[in-house]
Write a new protein. Sequence first.
Length: 275
Amino acid sequence: MADITPTFNGLLKQQDAHSASGSFSVDTLEDFLKEAYRINSHITSLHADLRSIRQSYLSTAQPRKTLIQSAHSDRSPRPLSDREREEIDANAKKMLRELNASIRGLADIEQARADIENKLIQKKFVSGLGALGAWASGGASISKSPEHAAAEDKAKTIEAHRDSVLWLLRHRLQECVKTQQDMMEIRIMREMEKNRSILAKARGQDIASLNHTASLSESPTNTASWKHGSSQALPREETPGYDPTNDLTAEQIQMFEKDNQDMLKHYESTLDQVR
């Protein structure tokens, strides 16, 4: 970026103002801007961290159990575990709440300062002789002195500048919040799609297993006797009282019930994270 300090100093010289120094330090600023710079640096750092871990955070691959990695794998994104993702969410939400509280506190302090300054201006230029002159003129408004107008203009300029700083901090914090929320929503949607795929595959395997068990239960002797008319019994699947669970052992039924309960708990946990 080009250095425009000389051009800026030329404009200041035309207005008989002091030229700007070439160096900049936050320590030389007033307390309001120091706090604003501190908040902004934390917002920028948090936003950069969220963007840097986005790919690893959203990856549905299973994390490696070994800590031995090659130099090439160190440069590639590492899939995170569910516990690591939960820690990232918790830490990010905590920092966002703290930053939002800092911005509100800074805004409250600025509002109090602006109110006090306006009261001091009114007390200095309107009270006393100013109020007596307005009473003598029958309550009609009198023109402001140049000093009064300059003091009000200065106060309005400072107030407008600080309001814009607060707006910028809120805007950048909102962008950071949106990034964190989008990451959580995408992660949860991918997890739900993955679980639906696993559930559909498991159901398909269960149905195939039941069909295979039912087909094995039909012996060749029963088939032959049906052809010769010795038995007119229908296949077990076509009988009115047929129950596929009768072909399952107690252990298999208990296993399927446990899988359904675990899947239900997982969906409830996912909905809690969305809330």
